[in-house]
Design a protein around this ligand. Structure first.
Ligand SMILES: C[S@@+](CC[C@H](N)C(=O)[O-])C[C@H]1O[C@@H](n2cnc3c(N)ncnc32)[C@H](O)[C@@H]1O
Length: 216
């Protein structure tokens, strides 16, 4: 896959960690990690999609001290800042949500904080995430969906009632079932961030891969 030489995020990368938005981003990272700390089996492999400067991965390395961590981002600039704080058990790969270069059934937890809105094809990205998640693995998404208010999008009943209908439908088509949707309000420059935790309902494990076999 080819990446554009310099993206908006490459230009933003050097100052990104000092942005006024960081308090909201940190809150998003805490919300996702806090939602999964109660799990009886902590995640062994975690993928952060659109990892930016790697702050969620750094926090995850403390929360899940045994987990293998992977971050992907299409921006070389963001990844070079992430490299400076990369925890020992973490790998960074230049890739996008639409082309995840990993075998099927690899990760127990996939996260995406404030990257979803930038994906060129959310449908493909969510299906890719379902593919690389193990059956019953978890997907944690945080983003802002202002369309809900501005356009009065239809709301859904059930766990996904706070989601824009297009996102709810796409999650459903990828067999990612929302088990919790919450809205956090008043995060400084960012208002009303939505936190979605979804479980991978694809029941049929994919054919075992070399990576799976090495898990033992
Ligand atoms: C606002 S930053 C969020 C970074 C990080 N997740 C955080 O919470 O600080 C958005 C990130 O999404 C990345 N991004 C843009 N297009 C993407 C895509 N198609 N797939 C994955 N990430 C993408 C950008 O390069 C950027 O690093």
């Amino acid at each position: 896959m080819r990446f554009s030489p310099v993206s908006m995020f490459d230009r933003w990368a050097p100052g990104y960690d000092h942005s006024a938005l960081q308090s909201a981003y940190s809150r998003a990272h805490r919300a996702i990690l806090g939602s999964v700390t109660h799990l009886s089996a902590p995640p062994r492999r975690i993928l952060d999609v659109g990892c930016g400067t790697g702050r969620l991965l750094a926090a995850a390395s403390h929360t899940f001290s045994e987990a293998e961590l992977l971050g992907v981002d299409p921006s070389a600039g963001m990844l070079s800042v992430a490299e400076a704080r990369r925890p020992a058990r973490c790998r960074l790969v230049q890739a996008s949500a639409e082309h995840l270069p990993f075998p099927d059934d690899t990760f127990d937890l996939v996260t995406a904080t404030y990257s979803f809105r930038h994906w060129s094809d959310p449908h493909v990205g969510l299906h890719q995430i379902a593919r690389v998640l193990v059956p019953r693995g978890l997907f944690g998404l945080v983003d802002v969906f202002p369309e809900q208010r501005r356009r009065g999008w239809p709301y859904h009943l059930g766990a996904d009632r706070l989601l824009p209908s297009v996102l709810a439908q796409t999650l459903r088509s990828a067999h990612l079932r929302p088990t919790g949707v919450t809205t956090i309000s008043g995060c400084g420059a960012v208002t009303d961030m939505t936190v979605v935790i979804a479980v991978n309902d694809n029941a049929q494990p994919h054919q075992p891969t070399g990576l799976d076999r090495r898990r033992g």
